[in-house]
Structure formats: C-alpha cells, structure tokens
Write a protein of this length. Structure first.
Length: 476
C-alpha cells in the first residue's frame, strides 16, 4: 500500500482532478468551426404545475461572443459511460406494487420501465430482509446450518420475483444489483439479523450463501448483474433493523479469499462492488482497492449520499481509474412537506453525482404507501412513487420528476461530456448518447433567468423558470 506521504500526494492530485474535470471551462467548446450544431433543441420543463412538459423548441444560432450567463459544452471531452437510472425493488416496494389491480400495475410498470417512457434501467434488490420489509427474514434462518441445507429463496417468490420479472419483461435490459443488509443470524455473534457483526468463521458459508442466491435467482429467470458484500458496512443501526458492521479488514478478507474466488470457481459473471455506503468512507475504498487480492475481483465502488460530498467518488476514481463508481441509495422523506415538489433539490444532487464519475443513480424504494410503509426500521423514507393503501391512488415524488429529466433523455452507453458554468444556483450536466443525440439537464434552484447554452461556435438561449429542471435534447 502507498505510504502516508504518497497518500497525501494522491489526495492533492485527486482534488486537482476535480477542479479540472468539473470547474474549468473547455477552450475547444468555445472554438467554433464546421461542427457547430444547427437546428432545434427540444425543451422539457418541470416547474410550478408543469411536469416534464414539452415547451417550444429553441434554435441554435452562431455564437455572438456576448458576456451573458452561459453554459459551455465541449462534446470532444468525455468521461464515464452511463449505466442507467432506477430504484430499489425492496420487499416493501414489491408488496406495494402488488396491491394495485393487475391492469393498473402493468400500466405503472410500462410508465416506469419501458424505454419509450421513463426507461428506468437499473434496479436494486435486497439479499434477505432490509428495513423496508414486512418482516425479518433471510434465506437460511434458524439454527446454525454451515452446509446451507435449508437454503431457499421461497420468500421472494410471492412478490419480489414476480415484480422483477414484470419489470424485465418491459425493459429486458434492466440491470440488477443485489445487496445484503445482514447475513443469517446464526452467522453472527449476537445470533440475530438485527445489528451486530459477522463472525469471521462464517465467511466460507456466507460466500456459498452468495453463490446459492445468485444461482437460485438465475434459475428463477432473474439473473443478478452485480452484488455488494454489505449494505452500509460501518453501521449496525443500534440493533433497530437488519444490519451488520464489517471492518475494513473483514471486507478485504471476505472478498479476496471467499466470495471473489467462489464466484470465479462457479463461473458466475456477477460483478462485485465494494462499500455500499457514504462518501466519507472514500479513504477506506482506496485502501481496499490498493490490495491486489481484492482488486482482481472488484468492478467498482457503490456509494450512498447521506454523509460527505460526491467529490469523494472522484478521489477514488483518480486513485483507481480502472474501477467504476456507482450511486446505489438515496430517497425522499414522505414526512417532508416538499415530498412531491423537491425536484430541484434532487436535480442538483443528481448533477453532482454524475459530474463525479458515477455510472448510475439508484434511488431507494420504488414504491411505498402514504405512511412510508411497510417498514420495520426507524427511518421515514418515501417511495419514488406513493401508492395509497386505501384508494390505490399513485402520487409521484419530486425525486420521480428529477429521474424523468435524466432517464428519459440519457440512455445506457451515453458518455458524460464536458460542460461548465459559474452561475449561482445552477447545476448542469451534459451527455452524448450512443445514437449521436445529445442532452443537457439544467437545474435552477434560484429565480427565473435566461441563459445561453454554447457548443462548438453556436449558442441557444434558454429560459429557466424558478425552482426548475430543464432538459434539452438535440440531434447534432
């Protein structure tokens, strides 16, 4: 591993990389030339009573070189490839979906997952119970069973697997991440899935637990594309919910000596992502990836945004440029009075995530009821959508509308491209899609304003309503 002096130098370089990649305007974007765009930009706005509403297109014109507020885009400078956007198929979410009549459920799934609609293309599922479940469960609960003789995914056949199959039937390219909140209780010194830590002697059986889970899901018709070793590695939530603390050394040992080799030996192509927790653990992520035994099995790092800043992802990516960054959890609070209208906060959050190398954004529960239920834990999360437990009315959150501005315009395989501005209250990020179209998502948390979008010697004037998200798409 690097010594302390080397690590300090690495942090300085990482910080410099953030400044270069995120803040500094690109000269080539201002240069102009034969590749200047022409034609129209399609405009969609969420603001006030408008929800991803199509506005009158705006036209590109030759750049005038004025000093007006501007966002400068350079399509010649590109960054990470986008995997997609989505949220979690928790036990609670799948149960909530099932409360809809079949026709209404099919209609909602078409809206959420079909490429012609929201096009959500990434989802997360729980390997056993999370706090957003109807009860505490694992796939092998009870007395110690190191040979996993009673392992079964039967619990998930009622609501979870049908929901996943339905979503995949609407969008066959749906990428699924599996995350455990806790091993079975008998693998832990406290004998419970609630809180505590895993016992190292359980590592061999737990690696086999992963193998059996992935094989069983594949046999059920729902292959899982990636796993994390643990949701939120450094908290046991005071024993109030399924959780498990993993020390850095234990995660290194489990990945390097057990689950990594077991997936390889069983010819399972599922990717492994580390950490699955907050930005403030970026130093831990670097140290784990510094270990070549871990590095060989790991595709990237999973992040939550509850503590710290998204620049942490750039720190890790600069230290290990061959590893990918993934954002895997964050959701609204149903008790917040702005639950349905905080799209500008989420739009700003999403822009910061994507400008720091994240390949995906996965929200928390796809759906919950009006009380944030089912929930066996202590937190007051809401769903991307709310389905009323009595009327079955569907309510879309502010986070839903933020997702709409990204997922409807940015497709899998898109590359983030350079974009810069120094305007207060403005967050922006731009992309080049595989089909040659381009998109820019601009969030305005301030008052009404007009800005110029400049690219390759052309500019377009765009109106940004107060507290809005505006998505621009164009063909050239």
């Amino acid at each position: 591993m690097p010594n302390e002096q080397t690590r300090r130098d690495l942090i300085k370089l990482a910080s410099a990389g953030i400044a270069a990649a995120v803040v500094q305007p690109s000269l080539s974007a201002q240069a102009g030339g034969a590749n200047a765009p022409s034609g129209e930009l399609e405009v969609h706005v969420t603001a006030g009573k408008k929800r991803f509403a199509a506005e009158r297109p705006v036209k590109w014109a030759p750049e005038r070189g004025s000093s007006a507020e501007a966002i400068v885009i350079d399509p010649n400078a590109s960054f990470q490839e986008v995997l997609g956007f989505g949220a979690a198929f928790t036990d609670a979410a799948c149960y909530t979906f099932n409360r809809l009549a079949p026709g209404a459920r099919a209609e909602l799934f078409h809206e959420l997952f079909h490429p012609s609609e929201m096009g959500l293309s990434v989802g997360r599922l729980c390997i056993g119970s999370s706090d957003y479940s109807r009860n505490v469960y694992s796939f092998d609960e009870g007395e110690p069973d190191p040979d996993l003789t009673r392992f079964s995914i039967e619990h998930d056949r009622e609501y979870i697997l049908p929901a996943l199959k339905s979503a995949r039937s609407v969008n066959p390219d749906l990428f699924l991440l599996g995350s455990p909140w806790s091993p079975p209780g008998w693998m832990k010194p406290n004998g419970s899935m609630l809180g505590g830590c895993i016992h190292p002697k359980s590592f061999p059986a737990y690696a086999q637990y992963f193998v059996k889970f992935l094989q069983a899901y594949a046999q059920a018709g729902v292959p899982v594309n990636a796993v994390t070793s643990q949701n939120e590695v450094d908290t046991e939530q005071n024993g109030r919910m399924p959780a498990c603390v993993w020390s850095q050394e234990h995660e290194i040992g489990f990945v390097a000596e057990h689950v990594g080799p077991q997936l390889a030996q069983n010819n399972i192509s599922t990717k492994i992502w580390l950490l699955d927790h907050n930005y403030n653990l970026w130093g831990r992520a670097i140290c784990e990836l510094d270990d070549p035994r871990v590095n060989q099995y790991v595709d990237g790092v999973a992040w939550h945004g509850y503590v710290g800043e998204p620049a942490a992802m750039t720190h890790v990516r600069n230290a290990h440029p061959d590893k990918h960054m993934y954002w895997t959890e964050g959701g609204p609070d149903y008790t917040d009075s702005k639950y349905q209208t905080d799209w500008a906060n989420w739009g700003t959050t999403f822009a910061g995530i994507l400008r720091n190398w994240a390949r995906c954004i996965i929200g928390w529960n796809l759906a919950l009821d009006e009380h944030g239920k089912p929930n066996i834990g202590p937190f007051s999360c809401g769903g991307v959508v709310t389905i009323n437990s009595e009327t079955r009315e569907i309510t879309r959150s502010g986070q839903y509308w933020a997702f709409a501005h990204y997922s409807r315009a940015v497709r899998r395989g898109a590359k983030r491209i350079e974009s810069s501005s120094d305007m207060k209250d403005i967050a922006q990020v731009a992309f080049a899609n595989p089909d040659g179209t381009k998109a820019a998502v601009i969030t305005n948390k301030g008052l009404d304003r007009r800005v110029l979008v400049r690219m390759s010697g052309a500019e377009a004037e765009v109106e940004l309503p107060a507290d809005s998200i505006v998505t621009l798409t164009w063909k050239s």
